[in-house]
Design a binder for this molecule. Structure first.
Ligand code: JD8
Length: 418
């Protein structure tokens, strides 16, 4: 028993798009009733006047409360399980997917939505005041966003489409509602591709042609989180703090993806790009991480945000191979914090700090006395971070990537039970 939506406006033609596409079909299939009404039908003068000059002066005209009252009372259905009047206004509550889901529940339960589309400088404020005081109607002032339109019709079109597509039977495959932007996951959607597999020199990502649904799922989740973190970090913070855990074999590809994207950022600018790529190909591929994850002398931790790996650390237990390091790292047993990387779009959210804390706790658990690491002497940002994680400078060492030899500081941290 689906409900109904009514729209009151002085420009009924503005709502013609509701006869098209999915909403139009839903109306023809009886899944949803939409009534569009001309406000002037509730005027009583021969000029069908709906507005007048603003009390207190000022530019423009204001829409009359008496006409709106008669019109709203005229279209509100007496025996409806719920009656909600929605007044679009730049001063309203921001429209969200959650609001669309709320309104769709009301309609699918047989309720009525009435959109009061204003024009001119807006509707006399007593209309909202009057209906807020009535317990047989809920009134909500809504806004599409922080920009100014000329009237409420566009907002009504937007909200009606956002609500109607959530009603049972309107969208052919409800599955497609699941992974949408702003949906339950609160993430922006991942990029989508179709034929041809190559277009103007641009190829579809290989993973999508692999048929490996597990890889495809985690790739899509990673792209969704990456996009959200870059374009809508506010949605990411909504995801709560990152989950830190020991990595699992299934994470190898996602970690390799993060490694390939972060290792270049930590390399000194003088380091030839081909050497950086060669290093990644030699040490940071999914094959390499599958091997590291099987190696008992290594611990790999990952940070996950909304189910996507956004950072990782790797600890290598055992005696330092580099004599320069062995000479300055006094505590034993020791382990190297050989990798600590977080995707740039997740910097500043405490992800790296949480990763190092878990990594240090695990090393202590495994009996490590001193953790050590190498950090490029030019990378002051990283040195500041490691100092904040209780590492102190202990010495220097060389770091070789291909033909390039970089100068690192050795920093150490003595692990003690918390
Ligand atoms: C309803 C009249 C025009 C607004 C003087 C321009 C929504 N996100 C939004 N931006 N603008 C509206 C909106 C604008 C409207 C009306 C909604 C009725 N106007 C007025 C105040 C300044 N003119 C909106 N939703």
């Amino acid at each position: 028993m689906s409900g109904r939506i009514d729209v009151l406006t002085i420009f009924p033609g503005y709502l013609a798009p509701l006869e098209l596409s999915l909403v139009g079909k839903a109306r023809r299939d009886g899944l949803l009733e939409i009534g569009v009404h001309d406000l002037r039908d509730w005027t009583s003068d021969r000029h069908r006047t709906v507005d007048d000059t603003p009390f207190g002066g000022g530019a423009g005209m204001v829409m009359r409360p008496d006409v709106w009252g008669d019109a709203l009372d005229g279209v509100l259905v007496a025996d409806s399980p719920s009656r909600t009047v929605l007044v679009p206004t730049p001063a309203g509550d921001r429209m969200t997917q959650a609001m669309a889901e709320e309104l769709a529940l009301l309609v699918s339960a047989g309720g009525q939505l009435v959109f009061a589309c204003g024009r001119y400088e807006g509707i006399d404020a007593r209309v909202s005041e009057h209906y807020s005081g009535r317990d047989d109607v809920t009134i909500r002032e809504i806004s599409l966003g922080d920009y100014v339109l000329n009237g409420g019709e566009v907002a009504a079109l937007v909200v009606i489409e956002a609500v109607a597509r959530l009603l049972p039977g309107v969208i052919g495959n409800p599955e497609s509602l699941v992974e949408e932007s702003h949906g339950a996951a609160g993430l922006l959607e991942y990029p989508v591709y179709t034929k041809p597999p190559s277009w103007r020199g641009l190829d579809v990502p290989e993973v999508l042609l692999s048929g490996d649904h597990g890889r495809i799922r985690s790739w899509r989740r990673a792209r969704a989180v990456e996009r959200t973190a870059r374009r809508r970090p506010d949605l990411i913070t909504g995801q709560g703090s990152p989950e830190i855990r020991l990595a699992r074999p299934v994470d190898a590809e996602a970690i390799a993806d993060v490694a390939a994207r972060t290792f270049p950022l930590a390399c000194p600018p003088q380091l030839p790009a081909e050497d950086v790529l060669a290093f990644i190909e030699e040490h940071l591929t999914a094959v390499d991480f599958r091997r590291y994850l099987r190696d008992r002398n290594r611990d790999v931790h990952v940070a996950e945000v909304a189910g996507a790996v956004v950072g990782y650390t790797m600890t290598v237990h055992g005696e330092p191979a580099d004599p320069d390091v062995a000479a300055v790292v006094t505590g034993r047993p020791t382990a190297e914090l050989s990798k600590c990387y977080v995707l740039p779009e997740h910097h500043g959210a405490g992800v790296a700090r949480a990763l190092v804390a878990a990594t240090a706790a695990r090393a202590l658990e495994r009996g490590v006395h001193t953790l050590w690491l190498g950090v490029n002497q030019q990378n002051e940002r990283a040195q500041r971070f490691y100092r904040a994680c209780e590492f102190t400078r202990a010495g220097t060492k060389r770091f070789t990537v291909g033909t390039y030899r970089a100068d690192d500081y050795v920093m150490t941290r003595t692990l003690r039970p918390a």
